[in-house]
Design a protein around this ligand. Structure first.
Ligand code: AMP
Length: 382
């Protein structure tokens, strides 16, 4: 691949969701075309892209057709099979590398990698039988969280274990899939850092942000996070160490817990644009999506500066999608809709961003007032 990739080249993006849509919009502004690989007709990403290959993510014929039509391949969706990844990588440059995807697809590999790199996580243990679960509880204690190692997101594939009686039903529900047990972190805050790394090792990271979830789905992001400087330093150092150790070329989101002692522990990593980086579209000269495209095409990475403070609110499911007319009628709310026809419960339909001058992010009441009709109804469930 010529680096940087010349204008009018075609970027292949695996996955047709909103992350692909916003990456494709950023790519268009940099003079690139996108081809989307998705199973879905009329996907959010296809609606704003030059071309689409409709195929299963594992079907060799579809993957070949897709690869033949693009100059570089990246992802907005990580769960492509190992064989699918290998096939794509044998045909065109894949960024980030398949090895990084394999690490992020599997919680056990991910935590092994992080701990070897000296990055702290919750205490954890692999669980391949009920006896192993009992032994892991003996080591880690209760409360704890049992998780499938693969395909878990937004709280799916997880069970909270509070007492011994919870073990058997949780194990019955989640096995025979490979599992891990994690100690439950009584966190003070959840934070994240989105960082980019280029093929020359150049690195840029956005400011650390605070994330609040409702029903296990991201509800609000506050940029920047209101955290003490030592916590911020740990978070930024962890993101840097993770990106460097992975030898990343692309974008990386690192989700972290801040415990009650101010220690930062990684929950998970995602080598792609992330929901907690959507605020960068409106509050930064170059967004996480532009950094994604720049990193995978070999363009220079500018510093990831923030010109404003921001609050991002997700619009999830039919109730929040129904707020759209009221959001459009509210001055100061910056609307983003993803082009999804059906608003199912739990489905991310769009988001809104509200900007504030740098250094003037308001407190709880101010944030609720500034979001107007999109204000969170219960302030999140932590
Ligand atoms: P995950 O799918 O691993 O990102 O988990 C989704 C959400 O569940 C996280 O954002 C946390 O709010 C919560 N969670 C997951 N793991 C833990 C843990 N070990 N301790 C406390 N909360 C957790």
């Amino acid at each position: 691949m010529t680096s940087p990739l010349p204008p009018n080249s075609t970027i292949g993006l695996v996955g047709g969701g909103q992350l692909g849509r916003m990456s494709a919009l950023a790519a268009a502004r940099l003079g690139y075309r996108c081809r989307i690989l998705t199973r879905e007709k009329d996907s959010p990403a296809s609606q704003v892209s030059a071309a689409t290959t409709i195929s299963d993510y594992h079907a060799p014929a579809g993957l070949r057709e897709f690869a033949a039509a693009v100059d570089v391949i990246s992802f907005e969706f990580e769960n492509v099979s190992a064989e699918g990844l290998e096939l794509l990588a044998s045909l065109k440059p894949v960024r980030p590398s398949p090895e990084i995807l394999r690490v992020s697809q599997d919680r056990a590999r991910e935590k092994t990698f992080l701990n070897r790199a000296g990055v702290p996580t919750a205490p954890w243990a692999p669980v391949d039988s009920f006896d192993a679960l009992v032994a892991a509880i003996g080591q880690i204690g209760l409360p704890a969280v049992l998780k499938t190692t693969r395909m878990g997101y937004d709280g799916k594939g997880q069970a909270m274990l509070r007492q011994t009686a919870d073990l058997a039903p949780a194990f019955a529900r989640l096995s025979p899939k490979p599992l891990i047990l994690e100690g439950f972190i009584d966190f003070a805050q959840e934070i994240s850092v989105v960082a980019a790394r280029g093929d020359d090792g150049g690195y840029a990271a956005f400011d650390t942000v605070e994330n609040r979830h409702r029903d296990h789905i991201l509800d609000l992001t506050l940029a920047p996070a209101q955290i003490p400087t030592p916590v911020d330093r740990q978070a930024q150092a962890i993101a840097r160490r993770t990106a460097d150790t992975l030898d990343l070329v692309g974008l990386l989101a690192v989700e972290m817990f801040v415990d009650r002692d101010g220690r930062v522990l990684v929950n998970e990593i995602a080598p792609r644009p992330h929901n907690s980086g959507h605020w960068t579209i409106d509050a930064c000269p170059a967004s996480q999506f532009e950094f994604h495209i720049r990193a995978i095409t070999g363009l220079p990475l500018p510093p990831a500066v923030r010109h404003s403070d921001a609050v991002m609110k997700n619009l999830v499911g039919p109730d929040e999608a129904a707020l759209w007319p009221a959001i459009l009628a509210t001055p100061g709310l910056i609307p983003h809709l993803y082009g999804k026809v059906e608003a199912r419960p739990g489905r991310k339909m769009g988001h809104v961003t509200r900007l504030f001058p740098r250094g003037s992010l308001p407190g709880e009441f101010g944030i609720a007032a500034a979001l107007g009709p999109a204000a969170p109804r219960n302030g999140g469930d932590g």
